[in-house]
Design a protein around this ligand. Sequence first.
Ligand code: PLP
Length: 231
Amino acid sequence: MERIAAQLREVRGRIARACAAVKRPVESVTLLAVGKTFPASALRAAFDAGQCAFGENYVQEALAKIDALADLRTQIEWHLIGPLQSNKTREVAAAFDWVHTIDRPKVAERLAARRPAGMAPLEVCLQVNVSGEASKSGVAPAEVLPLALAVAALPGLRLRGLMAIPEPAGDYESQRRPHRALRELLESLRRADPRLAGLDTLSMGMSADLEAAIAEGATIVRVGAAIFGAR
Ligand SMILES: *Cc1c(COP(=O)(O)O)cnc(C)c1O
């Protein structure tokens, strides 16, 4: 558990240096600790070391951890960053603060309809397939604008921006390219329609490429292995 605190400090240091290198305020980047496959006790250790935003990939695994950490519920922000089937939308709408992986209208409509009335709107991002492989989920860049307009019109949701999981790339310049494409897409949405002018979130960058993502404007970096260890 000491190790988790130490690795968190290390990751926060990387974020601070990456921000300094491109003259961004360090507060402009939120660190999401990605806990998939790690137990609730590991997340609690991260919380005790000052970490408040957690990302999870698998709905059932996440619900068990949200339950195990229920005593911290008001202090933790829970983000779903994995694929979402429409038959899980009721549980997700009731349990999470953010969903990063909206890639079709049906899932957004169901989340909107099922967000409990007393809760704040669910914060959502559209997942974009920036690398273009057939196997990856996410909406194609050319289809982002109509989806964004549809999602922005739904009650119970607040569209915040875009998310991507680019193909791993070895060198810094190749890592920057897909992140740049996502930033340019967000900028084009903001210009395209006044209803999208307030979009403020770029969820991109993981353990291996967070510096490249921050250089291209990431506002949320999702980091698992560098905090919790190899899976
Ligand atoms: C697992 C995962 C991460 C974290 O990846 P690491 O390489 O462990 O930092 C980030 N985003 C998504 C969508 C993931 O599935």
